[in-house]
Write a protein that binds this ligand. Structure first.
Ligand SMILES: [Zn+2]
Length: 69
C-alpha cells in the first residue's frame, strides 16, 4: 500500500498516511489539530525500487563475451 505525505494548512504539520490508490484523493484529517484542510504534498513516498533497480542494472549489463569464440 503506497504511503502519501500530507501537510495541514491549519497548523503546518506534515504526516504520512497509507492509502489505497482509490483513496489517494480523499481528504485527510490532521492528526495534530484535527483540521480537515490538508493537502497532499508528494504523489507517493518512494519506498520501493532498491532491489528492482539493481536487478535492472544487472540485466542491462550483459557479460562481455566474444561472438566468435
Ligand atoms: Zn493541523
Amino acid at each position: 500500500m503506497p504511503m502519501y505525505n500530507f501537510v495541514c494548512r491549519d497548523c503546518g504539520q506534515t504526516f504520512d498516511v497509507k492509502l489505497r490508490m482509490s483513496q489517494a484523493g480523499d481528504p485527510q484529517t490532521c492528526p495534530v489539530c484535527g483540521g480537515g484542510d490538508t493537502r497532499k504534498r508528494i504523489g507517493a513516498v518512494a519506498s520501493v525500487g532498491g532491489s528492482a533497480r539493481s536487478a535492472a542494472l544487472a540485466v542491462s549489463a550483459p557479460p562481455v563475451s566474444s561472438p566468435f569464440s
